[in-house]
Design a protein around this ligand. Structure first.
Ligand code: GDP
Length: 296
């Protein structure tokens, strides 16, 4: 039977009956379990290494309090370090810019970009009373623009009228103009995805960024793709520059390792998590909850 990390750490450390401070050897065995659990949770190897180093430094010499068992104390250190590396607090979408504030959504095909675009539009309307315009710049997949139009209609969010034959940059330009003239607070651009990162995709993203001057560029990534999501975040950040990450499919059975890696590798905050297909299945990123999930 698979034991979660908390149980395994208690199992190892609570055998220590000696009182005093945790020794290097006590902590060493526990760190092997932490390393194994993080690798199972799909955390990138160099992130695992720096994580266990930090925990080891905090734990060795840590006084073992009489009231609590050593296992519990190390679990707390691991938990606190996870929360710290995940970014400590939730970071909301930043709307502090002259209207219309542009949010550019980027990511691979199938990551949940269009669904998330509508979810964010709905949330901004519901919570911030923001008048929001959604625009699909995906001219490669014929049904993409229509998909966003339908989602907008279902959730009472305006969408930019579809004009057949326009390029993504032309649509971006039209969206920003419509945003200004229509008195919108926010314009969300749903860019086209690909099955993988390629040069034309990056050039297109750079071009759209130049035209629309987004205040936020949010990478939408599927949490279940683990290491691929981390590499994706790295590439998009290097080439286009991202301001935050939305992790989708957090309702799936992924262990949350992708969240830790993405944050550590890019230094960019995870702002929101997708937790289902419905328009309201979007939550603020909660580092403590993800830490709990990784710990099991
Ligand atoms: P896009 O190609 O990146 O625009 O992806 P879509 O927005 O079309 O989403 C692809 C599929 O993933 C759709 O069936 C969505 O309903 C589904 N989806 C998106 N976000 C989530 C999520 O957070 N959880 C789950 N379970 N499904 C999601």
């Amino acid at each position: 039977m698979f034991e979660n990390l908390s149980e395994r750490l208690s199992g190892i450390l609570d055998k220590l009956t000696r009182r005093g401070a945790l020794s290097e050897a006590d902590v060493g065995e526990a760190m092997r379990e932490v390393r194994r659990a993080l690798i199972e949770a799909d955390v990138a190897l160099d992130v695992v290494r720096s994580f266990t180093d930090k925990v080891r430094n905090r734990a060795v010499g840590h006084e073992v309090l009489r009231s609590v068992t050593p296992g519990q104390q190390v679990i707390k250190i691991v938990h606190d370090q996870l929360v710290e590396m995940l970014g400590s607090t939730a970071r909301p979408i930043d709307l502090e810019a002259p209207a219309p504030v542009c949010i550019m959504m980027v990511g691979l095909q199938g990551s949940g970009k269009t669904t998330t675009t509508a979810k964010i539009g709905k949330r901004l309307g519901d919570r911030h009373k923001a008048k929001t315009l959604l625009a699909s710049l995906d001219t490669r997949r014929p049904a993409a623009q229509e998909q966003l139009r339908v989602l907008g209609e279902q959730n009472s969010i305006d969408t930019l009228p579809i004009v057949v034959g326009q390029t993504p940059t032309q649509i971006a330009e039209r969206a920003m103009t419509a945003g200004r003239l229509g008195g919108y607070d926010v314009v969300i651009l749903d860019t086209a995805g690909r099955t993988h990162i390629d040069e034309p995709l990056m050039l297109e993203m750079a071009e759209i960024k130049k035209i629309s001057k987004p205040h936020e560029i949010l990478l939408v990534a599927d949490a279940l793709t683990g290491q691929d999501a981390v590499n994706l975040a790295k590439s998009f950040d290097q080439r286009v520059g991202i301001t935050g990450i939305v992790l989708t499919r957090m309702d799936g059975d992924g262990r949350g390792g992708a969240a830790l890696s993405m944050r550590a590798v890019t230094g960019k905050p995870i702002k929101l998590v997708g937790t289902g297909e419905k328009a309201d299945a979007l939550e603020d990123f909660d580092p403590a909850r993800i830490a709990g999930r990784i710990l099991g």
